[in-house]
Write a protein that binds this ligand. Structure first.
Ligand code: BJ8
Length: 426
């Protein structure tokens, strides 16, 4: 701990604000994770990572930097991490799920903007995130309006590169995207000082595919009833995927998946067979935002799949490893991402229905961060498709505060009761 404090001070962390942030985590972790019953033994690694959230991994980053490595922070699953790895960089997801820097962020941002954007800027402004303070470059992207304007402000505080994303998926959009991916490679290489060769790219693709395959394998076990792992634990793993060492994470996730496969074979689960099965669909949930999964799973539901960037949208697609042009394969894979920022976005609607069927979902909890235009507006189309498929859905608009927990819990309990009345118990 003394070691951690020294490191944080060296990084210029505001120790008082940081102490307040870390001070709130143990009680939240206890309530959200440790009180769950029959958790898989192999969650121990992920619990350890969570227990030392601003410690060991941040030390690793300092070691990487001391050896000449560069750390590159990202906020969106559109940013190709393979390119960062191929150029010798280390990629860290920086999205924030806590409103600790909100008051500061509201000095430069309007109040009615998405909490994720506020928190991301807030972390930088309050100097409370050692990951942020370890970066040599941060990468924004022009997904939603709020983000693209926020990067201009962030760029005044720290070296920031912005990728331009097309808003549509036409042939001309693909050409724009190809040139953006190539320009991003140059920007990363200027930061790391190393050129990513074709061979480096192929190795990086194999590595990141390995991580995504491990997540796919783990997720597939959640199709079983009873489900072998809680959705709350699964979300934690998906969150850690954004900042842990790629190979270690894949190995640990595969170990856990093996345990879960054995549980499935033995008919063992974390909730009784027949527990209503719910899917989350919508905006991502960054650490330590575990609010909705925790509410679902303490209200009589089992969360079995996340249609979100902290979920399927992150690991569903792989980069084709046998492609002759690695950059083309990377551009191809990333443009398949079905964020609500695209218009039209029919793939997402199809994927929601496909996932609901594959995971035998009884109902969907559509979650949108407050003031998120893209996901909130797209609810209309998702609901129509779910209605047509006969799958009930409830929409929750929320932020990082805890004031609405009671009200959301009441709504989700009622939703689960309604499902129980229509779904015959097995
Ligand atoms: S690919 S979901 S990570 S942009 S919630 S900041 S959209 S107002 S987070 Fe996202 Fe990339 Fe899309 Fe995924 Fe804006 Fe909405 Fe806020 Fe959002």
């Amino acid at each position: 701990m003394a070691d951690n404090r020294q490191m944080w001070e060296k990084l210029g962390i505001d120790m008082e604000a940081h102490d307040a942030l870390l001070g709130a985590i143990p009680a939240l972790v206890e309530e959200t994770f440790m009180r769950q019953e029959n958790r898989p033994a192999k969650m121990d690694f992920f619990d350890f990572v969570l227990g030392d959230i601003h410690g060991i991994r941040v030390h690793e980053l300092q070691e990487i930097k001391a050896n000449g490595g560069k750390v590159i922070g990202t906020f969106c699953v559109y940013v190709p991490e393979e390119i960062i790895l191929a150029a010798g960089g280390t990629c860290i997801g920086l999205c924030s799920g806590v409103d600790i820097g909100t008051a500061e962020a509201e000095k430069v941002l309007p109040r009615n903007i998405c909490p994720m954007i506020k928190a991301s800027l807030g972390f930088k402004m309050t100097k409370t995130c050692p990951y942020f303070e370890s970066t040599d470059l941060v990468v924004g992207e022009t997904t939603c309006d709020g983000k693209q304007k926020a990067w201009e402000i962030l760029g005044e505080m720290t070296p920031t590169y912005v990728m331009e994303l097309p808003a549509m998926k036409r042939d001309s959009s693909r050409r724009l995207w190809d040139s953006e991916v190539a320009a991003f490679k140059n920007a990363v290489e200027q930061t790391t000082g190393k050129k990513g060769t074709d061979d480096d790219l192929k190795k990086a693709i194999a590595k990141v595919n390995g991580k995504r395959r491990a997540l796919q394998r783990l997720s597939a076990t959640r199709q079983a009833d009873p489900v072998p792992i809680s959705g709350t634990d699964a979300l934690l793993i998906e969150q850690i995927a954004f900042y842990d060492d790629v190979e270690r994470f894949a190995a640990k996730t595969n170990e856990l998946a093996e345990e879960l496969e054995a549980r499935v074979a033995a008919g063992e689960g974390v909730f009784p067979k027949g527990t209503p099965r719910l899917m989350i669909s919508g905006t991502p949930m960054a650490v330590p935002n575990w609010k909705i999964p925790h509410i679902i799973e303490t209200s009589g539901g089992a969360l079995v799949v996340e249609e979100s960037c902290t979920g399927q949208r992150y690991f569903r697609e792989l980069v084709e490893e046998s492609a002759s042009d690695a950059m083309d394969a990377i551009a191809d894979r990333y443009l398949k991402t079905d964020c609500a920022c695209f218009s039209p976005n029919d793939e997402r609607i199809e994927n929601v229905i496909k996932l609901a069927k594959e995971y035998n979902v009884d109902g969907v909890v559509y979650t949108s961060l407050m003031f998120c235009g893209p996901y909130s507006v797209e609810y209309n189309k998702v609901k129509k498709a779910l209605d047509a498929a006969g799958i009930p859905v409830i929409k929750i608009d929320t932020d990082y505060g805890m004031e609405d927990v009671g009200q959301i819990k009441t709504r989700i309990e009622a939703f689960i009761e309604q499902i129980k009345e229509t779904v015959p118990a097995s």
